[in-house]
Design a protein around this ligand. Structure first.
Ligand code: ASP
Length: 347
């Protein structure tokens, strides 16, 4: 019999109706009574470090979850985290960077409807997750939701109400779950050869700035004192506007001269950035040796910047950061990046 640790953190799956609206209030042990079929294949222990709408979950909670899993790692075959769907993709990406090369599965799940409603996706998602966490082929951080297992760095919430809320972006699903069976599309556990590593530091001083037509660099100028890194969600394959009173070009110079990170990404969900295609992107990339997120999700980009900044030593920030960021972790980046000096050996 497999041993699984269920870590409940709140979210819709555990929510009930209150006068103020839906809020988490179903205790972790009560979640399990709705999915009793799990007893056929695993034994479950429970932890409940907090009970929050995931709107209120951020870096300190990601670190807490990684710490709990590290403390309990030896005692279990797999881990299931129940979590709200709204920021689940950020938590899954953050945990992918905080817990690397895990041969045991860390599954994150939740639902669009509370578990105690007569019609709900919660019971299927939770039972599927316990099954996935008990499977010898599963490993690493994944979201299990709507019948799919998605690599923790590739998930995005694309639907606010439907049961198939999450998609795997620029990467195939890892597995499909149906009628108590798991079909692995990517069955690669034997490729995990490095030891499991837990990280304990994130630098939260990262800004995600979405461009809109008419925006110039004045926003970057004002935010300069507050952040160590900015991820810019550009249009299309990537570029920066050339108009305006405060040119982006000058602001990018200010940030990079100060040793801060400027990471280019795209606000287009599918297919990724490629700053070298258009003049509006290529010149600024070349002049400042800018990095870009290519086919990564924004959730993975932001949390990977936090993780890499947290590890890089200040004296050699840019070199170390570049190396850490361009190393593929939990399937997060596949596009060939010319001149990126990335290490693409670990997929
Ligand atoms: N607001 C909820 C949360 O993210 C939504 C959900 O769980 O589906 O906690």
């Amino acid at each position: 019999m497999k041993k699984v640790l269920l870590i409940a953190t709140g979210g819709t799956i555990a929510s009930g109706y209150t006068k103020e609206g839906l809020a988490p209030r179903i205790a972790a042990k009560d979640l399990l009574q709705y999915v009793e079929d799990y007893k056929a294949f695993c034994q479950v222990d429970i932890l409940q470090p907090f009970s929050l709408d995931s709107t209120n979950i951020y870096a300190k909670h990601w670190l807490k979850l990684a710490e709990l899993i590290e403390e309990q790692y030896a005692g279990y075959d797999g881990f299931v985290i129940c979590h709200g769907t709204d920021t689940m993709a950020f938590t899954a990406a953050a945990l992918s960077y905080l817990i690397q090369n895990s041969k045991k599965p860390v599954v994150i799940t939740g639902s669009q409807k509370p578990i105690n409603l007569p019609v709900t996706d919660a019971r299927t998602n939770l039972l599927d997750s316990l099954r996935f966490a008990s499977d010898d082929r599963a490993h690493g951080v994944n979201i299990v939701f709507g019948g799919n297992a998605i690599a923790g760095t590739r998930a995005k919430k694309e639907r606010s109400k439907s049961y198939n809320a999450f998609s795997s972006i620029n990467y195939p699903n890892m597995a499909a779950l149906c009628d108590g069976k798991i079909v692995f599309y990517i069955d690669d556990k034997d490729r995990v050869t490095e030891p499991t590593v837990f990280y304990h530091k994130l630098n939260e001083n990262v800004l995600l700035l979405k461009l809109m037509p008419g925006m110039d660099g004045s926003m970057l100028k004002r935010l300069f004192p507050c952040y160590d890194a900015v991820v810019i969600e550009a249009f299309g394959v990537g570029g920066l506007p050339e108009y305006g009173q405060v040119p982006f070009y000058e602001e990018i110079r200010r940030w990079t001269d100060a040793g801060k990170i400027v990471m280019m990404a795209t606000q287009v969900t599918h297919e990724g950035s490629d700053m070298e295609v258009y003049k509006v992107g290529r010149i600024i990339k070349e002049d400042f040796h800018l990095m870009e997120a290519y086919d990564m999700t924004l959730e993975a980009t932001v949390t990977k910047v936090m993780w890499a900044l947290g590890q890089a030593k200040e004296q050699e920030l840019s070199g170390q950061f570049r190396h850490l960021f361009y190393k593929t972790v939990n399937h997060d980046m596949l596009l060939y990046a010319p001149g990126s000096d990335g290490d693409r050996s670990v997929l």
